[in-house]
Design a protein around this ligand. Structure first.
Ligand SMILES: C[S@@+](CC[C@H](N)C(=O)[O-])C[C@H]1O[C@@H](n2cnc3c(N)ncnc32)[C@H](O)[C@@H]1O
Length: 303
């Protein structure tokens, strides 16, 4: 039998018991959309990594959720993000396979198991991917596990996708999933920094750009917004998302208000044509409310 979404759900019930009930409820309430992600991901996962990968993914998810809960408690006490210095984040997270691989499983599973991220998935599929022009070229910045790019290729057999990420172990995961996905002729992943090195001089234009959950990882997101504005074609669209009041070891830039990334996008020459924001849990009485916002941005014509 071919693997499907149920493999991820039952692995959570075995390996991430305390997080399974809420994840299962989110999955069941959004089954069509979550299966749009998890069914192909299950096939690629089994083909690339074998059956034991579902348990590893569930363990990665549990570790991530625990880390997030602990980081939120510290945040409430300290009143600000307390990330490690960037060189330590790069060596201890992005370059560390033992940290990065379970993290990447969690980073994709939250799209099906956290209510706020399910909304991002709907926006990504229904308003971004399905609106891309025929034969569109797509760039994914910080592609991580690569699954958003692979879903883009799966949903739109006419598009070509280039993804990159600063993390070699993450790019290895994306290439392994790519190799079994059937999309290797139209999708390419590489290791690259979104804002450092020669990124700033890149002038290639794309019809679609994905920048999902990257901005909060940067010391300042301003160069990212400049790069998005420079690299999107005149009639192109950007799927942009970021976390607010959501501390993590590698979350560096602290957004408090939805208006902050929106204003940065506007000042870089773009406007939002759709925008959502949500928290996965209601936390009454807390100082901070972890949430995530996603928007579809388009360039504003100047003349
Ligand atoms: C939370 S993950 C998001 C992965 C994927 N975009 C998603 O939405 O699930 C953040 C990713 O940003 C990558 N990253 C962080 N800083 C980066 C940079 N300066 N350039 C490129 N990638 C970066 C990390 O390696 C990691 O894969």
């Amino acid at each position: 039998m071919t693997a499907d979404a149920e493999e991820f759900v039952s692995a959570l019930q075995r390996r991430a018991k305390i997080f399974a009930p809420s994840a299962t409820a989110t999955f069941e309430a959004n089954q069509e959309l979550c299966s749009w992600l998890l069914d192909p991901l299950a096939r690629w996962t089994e083909a690339a990594y074998g059956e034991q990968a579902f348990d590893e993914a569930a363990l990665g998810y549990a570790k991530y959720c625990l880390g997030v809960a602990q980081a939120q408690q510290i945040y409430e006490r300290t009143g600000k993000y307390t990330p490690e210095a960037m060189p330590e984040i790069v060596s201890g997270v992005y370059e560390d396979e033992g940290t990065m691989v379970p993290y990447m499983w969690a980073a994709i599973l939250i799209y099906a198991f956290w209510p706020s991220m399910v909304e991002h998935l709907a926006l990504f599929r229904d308003q971004f991917l399905r609106s891309l022009p025929h034969n569109a070229t797509v760039l994914e910045m910080a592609s991580g596990h690569g699954v958003l790019s692979l879903l883009a290729a799966q949903e739109r057999p006419d598009v070509r996708v280039e993804g990159f990420d600063i993390s070699p172990p993450a790019v290895a995961v994306s290439n392994r999933l790519l190799s079994v996905s059937g999309h290797a002729a139209r999708v390419k992943f590489s290791v690259r920094d979104a804002i450092g090195g020669d990124a700033i001089r890149t002038s290639a234009k794309f019809d679609g750009i994905i920048s999902a959950m990257l901005a909060e990882h940067l010391t300042t997101p301003l160069p990212l917004f400049a790069a998005l504005a420079r690299q999107v074609s005149d009639k192109g669209s950007i799927f942009f998302s970021t976390a607010l009041e959501s501390p993590q070891r590698d979350h560096v830039y602290e957004f408090h208000r939805e208006s902050e990334p929106l204003q940065m996008a506007e000042e870089a020459g773009m406007r939002a044509i759709r925008m959502i924001s949500g928290a996965s849990t209601a936390r009454t009485g807390a100082r901070f409310l972890p949430r995530a916002t996603a928007m579809i941005l388009q360039p504003v014509r100047t003349a």
